[in-house]
Design a protein around this ligand. Structure first.
Ligand code: CA
Ligand code: CA
Length: 198
């Protein structure tokens, strides 16, 4: 009986020791977690600072768009898209894409239109009627964009293009993926990114 009692006492002591080791390990894990979190926060802050510097540098001299295109290209069938996470007016966006040997997206069909809307939301598309009012063209390929009454793929919202104040000559992918003509000079606060098609 004495033997069993001793064995039990030893087992309890072992359990106590294991428990205290476990508590120590838990504390170590918690410390590691805290350190990791603070390191991640610091890197995040550094990345934000770097991205702010790049954006302000781009706005200064307009030459660093390639650096802003930090995302991996997104593939869709034969097209590749690069996302530049900053807001620009149409001209700057066009120039930005050009620097990456790309252009603002040109939409060939409904599938591509849906893909762009679902993937990126509000963006500039590469269409204008800057050359001749009412005659819409894809700027890069030079092919014409049909109006609602014409044959061929288009996705104009009801009543668009409406050329408000005689000054809407650029094209945006707008709510629900419909197209709207808008002023090219507007710095679109809702276009928080520029998408370039390679
Ligand atoms: Ca127009
Ligand atoms: Ca419009």
């Amino acid at each position: 009986m004495e033997y069993v009692k001793n064995e039990l006492n030893t087992s309890f002591a072992n359990v106590d020791e294991l428990n205290s080791k476990l508590a120590e390990n838990n504390m170590t894990i918690a410390t590691l977690e805290t350190n990791l979190r603070s390191a991640l926060n610091m890197h995040e802050r550094k990345l934000t600072i770097i991205s702010d510097i790049l954006i302000s540098k781009y706005r200064e001299d307009g030459t660093n768009c390639r650096l802003l295109g930090l995302s991996r290209p997104v593939m869709y069938e034969k097209s590749e898209y690069i996302v530049v996470n900053t807001s620009m007016n149409f001209q700057d966006a066009t120039e930005c894409c050009k620097q990456m040997s790309a252009h603002l997206p040109e939409v060939q069909d409904r599938e591509e239109n849906d893909f762009l809307w679902k993937s990126f939301g509000y963006i500039f598309l590469g269409g204008t009627d800057l050359e001749r009012e009412g005659l819409w063209k894809w700027a890069h390929s030079g092919t014409s964009i049909p109006l609602r009454s014409q044959a061929g793929f288009q996705n104009w919202r009801d009543g668009e293009p409406n050329n408000v104040k005689g000054n809407e000559n650029c094209l945006e992918l707008s709510t629900s993926g419909y197209w709207n003509d808008l002023s090219c000079g507007v710095h679109m606060h809702r276009h928080m990114k520029v998408v370039c098609e390679l």
